[in-house]
Design a protein around this ligand. Structure first.
Ligand code: PEP
Length: 248
């Protein structure tokens, strides 16, 4: 049985006071849920959030990390530093990082290995652009991202990864993939995992959908057979919306 995971991606939003207030507002309202609840916050918020979320079912994630433990990498954060403050998850390969910060399938693969080596669970993002979808390349693009991102990831490790299928054209645009469109690509991702890892593992791995998920569309998306939760951007900044999504 796959436990769905709802992860908020706060991107570059919120001060410490706002973040702590957010947790105070939602913690009792998400307590009884069967899904795993994660907030992926900017680095400055992780420690105060960790304290605010102590004793609740809210887990924390970062939005990026370097693959090295330490070194001359100005401005970067290492997996050791994230582990040091007890972070459970890290988003890796988000399309905004691929688009604006030069993230490639190769750096994604290095980060996935490094996260797994440190006991941090990667939320590994893949997805096609609008142009790629319109030219019928969705399956090829996503398959390629999955294959390259998972190079040399073992059978044992792969089930610790959460894959997030996020069509780039649906992120922050208000344009959501239909539940059927999302499920179709996620089904294909599962097939790719089956090709790479064989029977068994492909039914275990969790695959989320991300792209303009909100309270009002969460249920129909989450009810799809192959979709195991959501990576939520904009709507995760609003306590009521996030609670509604978690309790879909
Ligand atoms: C995201 O940032 O991963 C995302 C899905 O954003 P939004 O929900 O705002 O489309």
């Amino acid at each position: 049985m796959r436990i769905p995971i709802i992860a908020g991606n706060w991107k570059m939003h919120k001060t410490i006071d706002e973040a702590v207030q957010f947790v105070r507002e939602i913690k009792d309202k998400v307590q009884g849920t069967d899904v795993e609840v994660v907030i992926c916050a900017p680095f400055t918020l992780l420690l105060p959030l960790k304290e605010a979320a102590a004793g609740t079912n809210i887990k924390l994630g970062a939005q990026n990390m370097h693959w090295e433990n330490q070194g001359a990498f100005t401005g970067e954060i290492s997996p050791l530093m994230l582990k040091d403050i007890g972070i459970d998850y890290c988003i890796i390969g988000h399309s905004e990082r691929r688009q604006y910060f030069g993230e490639t399938d190769e750096t994604v693969n290095k980060k996935i290995h490094s996260a797994l080596n440190h006991g941090i669970k990667p939320i590994f993002c893949v997805g096609e652009t609008l142009e790629e979808r319109e030219s019928g390349k969705t399956e090829e693009i996503v398959k390629n991202q999955i294959q390259k991102g998972l190079v040399n990831v073992t059978d044992e490790d792969v089930t610790k990864i959460v894959i997030a299928y996020e069509p780039v054209w649906a992120i922050g645009t208000g344009r959501t993939a239909t539940p059927e469109q999302a499920n179709e690509v996620i089904y294909q991702i599962r097939e790719t995992i089956k090709e790479l890892y064989g029977e068994g593992i492909y039914t275990e791995i969790r695959i989320q959908y991300g792209g303009s998920v909100k309270g009002s569309n969460a249920e129909e998306i989450m009810n799809q057979e192959d979709i195991d939760g959501a990576l939520v951007g904009g709507a995760s900044l609003l306590p009521d919306e996030f609670v509604q999504i978690v309790n879909f």
